[in-house]
Design a protein around this ligand. Sequence first.
Ligand SMILES: [Zn+2]
Length: 104
Amino acid sequence: MNVNEIAETLKGRLAEVHAEIARLEQATIQPLSAKFADQANDLEELATNEGMEVQHIHEAEQILAALARIEAGHYGECETCGGEIAPARLAALPTATRCIKCAA
Ligand SMILES: [Zn+2]
């Protein structure tokens, strides 16, 4: 995979993550059930959604950071040692910021 293909993959994933965040936001603003017995379930679902939303936001941030590195021409450089991140590692984890040695 070349950098352009990785950028396209990342952009596609970013769109998915954005859509998922929007969906969770929508679910979060639903009013609580009329019955108290159902409200506990509502709150549990809310907490789960918020947990997922935080994860998605975190993923979106990592994707944006990777796209910024591609734009700057620094994609695939280890942020710790400055060495090259192995292409196989980037293929498996396109948002990786460190080589396998530094990440370990
Ligand atoms: Zn390194």
